[in-house]
Design a protein around this ligand. Sequence first.
Ligand code: MN3
Length: 202
Amino acid sequence: MAFELPKLGYTYDALEPHIDTRTMEIHHSKHHNGYTSKLNDAIAGTDLEGKSIEDILTSLDLSNAAVRNNGGGFYNHSLFWSVMNPEGKGRLSGELKEAIIAAFGDMDAFKDAFSKAAATRFGSGWAWLCVHKGGKVEVCSTPNQDNPLMPGVGCGGTPILGLDVWEHAYYLNYQNRRPDYINAFFNVINWNEVEARYANAK
Ligand code: MN3
């Protein structure tokens, strides 16, 4: 079974004004679609074919650039779309909120830590909130399409919230103002989904 580009749970214009329609359309239908088809090309006929994306990434040989870049790109964007939704839906509560407060002190401190990880990632990459076995959460960032499932690239644990800080994710609307894009992202986080991922991974 080849990997398929996942459908969004909302329309391309649903995250306006925080993330604009044109960016969403190009990002999903061109960029993510490209990672998906190149991942399929890279694993075709190899022993990776038929494995889950999580299995492929957790046992990844980092020297395999095609699978590293496109497998990461496939997984990262699939997570990214799922942890966003239109403004006002979903509010953080319960166990994940407690874990965030235990790790950072309060929600504002978490937002600062996550925003700093996203803002200071030089060039292209991602900011993450990860959960370790036992439930402890941590913020980190990775370059390019790497992610915390890959062995030895940072954080470790399971990513439950991710923010794409490649220029293709924000340049049409925000140009070089990455901090404004990061700030806007907090208006569209689907906390219900992040909580479900936390409960599943801890
Ligand atoms: Mn992207």
